[in-house]
Ligand binder design. Structure first.
Ligand code: IMP
Length: 184
């Protein structure tokens, strides 16, 4: 991959920073759930890389579940209206659920997901998000494990997309304005 990528204005989080923070999160989760089994619920598409790396740093019996959602509205703004494209395969009743998210921006998506999954009576439910933009939160959402706090800019890479592109960048960065203009 070309680096720096021609569409990236600046890198926010390098590949090495991402990987070492994920190892720390994995150690913390392993310690917190000692003696328990956890269902990791990956929210697709954005969290697929994070989930893949995180689960390899969790030294516990884990189950992996995947939920695919899509937000309606403009590509860079959350409407909070979430459409479930793929639901979980298994019941989460009486199980420890850890939601694995890519980024919490307004918090609308996460609060919707928490309401939805809480109604299925898990034993416990926590949230692990790679990134959070605290200045953008519109809902009070508790992110139990947060990888990085980001400024209120639109970020791409390491699972984060713009119009479904850039997920494969191994770092997180900000797009050049010209990259948005090409896509409009
Ligand atoms: P929220 O509902 O505003 O918290 O937005 C949540 C979802 O919007 C995330 O799971 C992402 O899919 C997407 N999103 C929010 N901010 C960004 C960003 O900076 N880059 C890429 N996707 C984002």
């Amino acid at each position: 991959m070309m680096f720096p990528h021609p569409d990236i204005e600046r890198v926010l989080i390098s590949t090495d920073e991402i990987q070492s923070r994920i190892a720390e999160l994995g150690r913390q989760i392993t310690a917190d759930y000692r003696g328990e089994t956890v269902v990791l619920v990956c929210i697709l598409k954005g969290a697929f890389l994070f989930m893949a790396d995180l689960c390899r740093h969790i030294d516990l019996p884990v189950n992996t579940e995947f939920m695919a959602i899509s937000s309606y509205g403009h590509a860079t703004k959350s409407s909070g209206v979430v459409r479930i494209l793929k639901d979980l395969n298994e019941s989460i009743e009486d199980r420890n659920v850890l939601i694995v998210e890519d980024i919490v921006d307004t918090g609308l998506t996460l609060s919707y997901l928490i309401d939805l999954l809480s109604a299925r009576h898990p034993k416990s439910m926590k949230v692990c998000s790679l990134c959070s933009k605290p200045q953008c939160h519109k809902r009070v959402v508790k992110v139990d494990y947060c990888g990085f706090e980001l400024p209120s800019e639109f970020a791409v890479g390491y699972g984060l997309d713009f119009k479904d592109y850039y997920r494969n960048l191994p770092f997180i960065g900000v797009l050049k304005p010209s990259a948005y203009e090409q896509e409009e």
